[in-house]
Design a protein around this ligand. Structure first.
Ligand code: SF4
Length: 214
C-alpha cells in the first residue's frame, strides 16, 4: 500500500506508455506544451469537466469523479462514471472521452482500467467493463477489464513509480510517435539521438585507447 503523498497521476500511465521520456519531461521536469492534439483534447475534456450528474432511465451519470487507489499508488479524475441499475443496486461503468480515434497501443485501455481499479477499491466491488468514447469517430468502444489488462495496468503503475523514484529522465529515442508529440520542440529528439550516438562513439574510442595503453 502506498501513502497519500506517494500517489502518481493516472495520466502518467498513459504518458509512460506513449513515451517514457515524455512521461518524465511532464511529471518530473514539469514541462508542458500544447499542440493541436492536446488543445482539441482539452476542449473536449473541459466540456466533461463541468462536473455534475444526470439520470437517464436506468442509468445515472456522475461527471468528474475523483479517484484513487492506495494499492497501485495512483490518483486522478474520471471523465464520467455511469451507474447502471441492476436489480436493487447500481453497477459502476467508467467512461473516458478521447479526442481522436482508437490507437494501436493499449494506453487508453490502461488508463480506463486504472480508473476501474480505483473505483473497485473505493467502492469495494468488482467492475467488469467500461467504455472509451472517441470524438473523431463518434464511436463508443466497450472495454473488458480482463486479467491481461489488469496485469498490464499494475505493471505500468509500478514502472511509473520506479521512474519517479529514480528521478532520471530517459534519453530520447526518435520514432514515429515523435511526430504527434506535444513536447517535440522541447525534447529535440533527433538532435539528442545524434548526441547519444556521438557520445557512445567517443566512449568506445576512449575505452579502446585505454585498453591499448594497458
Ligand atoms: S519527441 Fe519523441 S522522444 Fe521526445 S518526448 Fe516526444 S515522443 Fe518522446
Amino acid at each position: 500500500m502506498y501513502a497519500e503523498d506517494e500517489l502518481v497521476p493516472i495520466s502518467a500511465l498513459q504518458h509512460f506508455l506513449f513515451c517514457e521520456r515524455q512521461c518524465a519531461l511532464i511529471h518530473l521536469e514539469r514541462l508542458w506544451a500544447e499542440n493541436r492534439f492536446t488543445a482539441e483534447g482539452r476542449v473536449l475534456h473541459n466540456r466533461v469537466e463541468r462536473g455534475g450528474r444526470e439520470a437517464r432511465g436506468n442509468v445515472r451519470v456522475e461527471y468528474s469523479v475523483l479517484l484513487k487507489s492506495l494499492r497501485l499508488g495512483i490518483a486522478g479524475v474520471a471523465d464520467a462514471v455511469e451507474f447502471h441499475r441492476e436489480g436493487d443496486g447500481w453497477r459502476p461503468f467508467p467512461v473516458e472521452h478521447k479526442r481522436g480515434q482508437p490507437k494501436i497501443d493499449c494506453c487508453d485501455e490502461v488508463q480506463l482500467c486504472a480508473q476501474a481499479i480505483c473505483l473497485e477499491e473505493m467502492l469495494d466491488l468488482r467492475i467488469g467493463q467500461g467504455a472509451l468514447y472517441y470524438g473523431k469517430t463518434r464511436h463508443r468502444k466497450d472495454v473488458e477489464f480482463n486479467e491481461a489488462l489488469r496485469g498490464e495496468t499494475e505493471r505500468i503503475s509500478l514502472r511509473v513509480h520506479q521512474l519517479f523514484a529514480a528521478g532520471i529522465t530517459p534519453t530520447a529515442e526518435y520514432g514515429p510517435k515523435c511526430k504527434s508529440c506535444s513536447l517535440r520542440e522541447l525534447c529535440l529528439p533527433q538532435s539528442r539521438s545524434r548526441y547519444s550516438r556521438a557520445t557512445n562513439y567517443l566512449d568506445r574510442m576512449i575505452a579502446s585507447a585505454v585498453s591499448e595503453q594497458d
